[in-house]
Ligand binder design. Structure first.
Ligand code: SF4
Length: 266
């Protein structure tokens, strides 16, 4: 008699989980555990053990950085580019395309807008997906903040790179199309666009290999330890709610991470 087929249970992760884990694994745990609080539900389980030893840095190593291209000014949109996806859960995305070049792929509209990658166990919604004239797809992650000076040298927005690499994989898996790179678009909303810019983040075998190892590392981390530091805690949402007993600084608001080059949409 054949043994029943077993389906391996893989912890689903999102590009945003990678962002929070990259800053502080305990933040990722608390953010996920507190999702139900917004709708009046209970706090979910937190993996971090009571006597965990806090870390000085997140254990997640950085993705390959070799070929980032940093551009000042407006994002280049070519004549034959089309907008094929937009996260309708985000109401502050920039309008980059005229109406006749907005052609949403109906497979990923409405209730089906969350993209899924069963092989890597990833789920999520990029802000925008642009189809280039050659048919390749490019996810675009929008940030309200400005393109800061010294992007390459400071590596201060590495978490944006982490997020975009995961979104490239999601788009590749969901659409079944080639994704050569992703883009982080910095809109400089506070400055009226005076310091807007965008960063092109390559996506190829090295980045995909990094992502696979990173997801395995996160899933295998039994502690999800805290990384208490002002750069992390001052803008940490669970800290704002008083959920973290390891906090090294008071919550100062989301703009704290703007000053220190961090945050979700910032
Ligand atoms: S307050 Fe600090 S240590 Fe606690 S979860 Fe947030 S970033 Fe991590």
């Amino acid at each position: 008699m054949l043994a029943p087929e077993t389906v391996p249970l893989v912890e689903p992760l999102t590009p945003h989980d990678l962002v929070t884990y990259y800053r502080c694994p305990h933040e990722m745990e608390l953010v996920r555990a507190s999702h139900a609080l917004a709708t009046g539900g209970p706090m979910g389980p937190v993996r971090t053990p009571e006597h965990v030893v806090p870390l000085r840095h997140s254990p997640l190593f950085a993705p390959p950085l070799g070929h980032l291209v940093v551009n000042e000014g407006r994002l280049d949109i070519a004549e034959k580019d089309l907008l094929v996806y937009e996260d309708d859960g985000e109401d502050d995305l920039p309008v980059l395309f005229p109406p006749d070049r907005v052609r949403p792929d109906i497979r990923f509209a409405g209730h089906n807008a969350t993209l899924a990658d069963p092989e890597f166990g990833l789920r999520g919604r990029p802000d925008l997906i642009v189809q280039r004239a050659d048919g390749t797809l490019v996810p675009v992650e929008y940030k309200e903040t400005h393109l800061f000076v010294g992007y390459h040298e400071a590596h201060g927005r590495m978490f944006d790179t982490v997020q975009v690499v995961a979104e490239c994989r999601l788009v590749e898996a969901a659409f079944g199309r080639k994704v050569p790179y992703g883009i982080v678009l910095y809109g400089d909303e506070a400055g009226g666009g005076a310091h807007e810019g965008w960063v092109r983040i390559p996506y190829g075998d090295p980045e995909k290999a990094w992502l696979k190892v990173a997801l395995g590392q996160i899933r295998g981390d039994r502690e999800r330890a805290p990384v208490p530091a002002e750069r992390n805690c001052g803008g940490c949402e669970p800290n704002e709610r008083g959920l973290c007993r390891f906090a090294a600084a008071r919550y100062e608001g989301p703009h704290h991470r703007l000053a220190l080059h961090t945050s979700r949409r910032l």
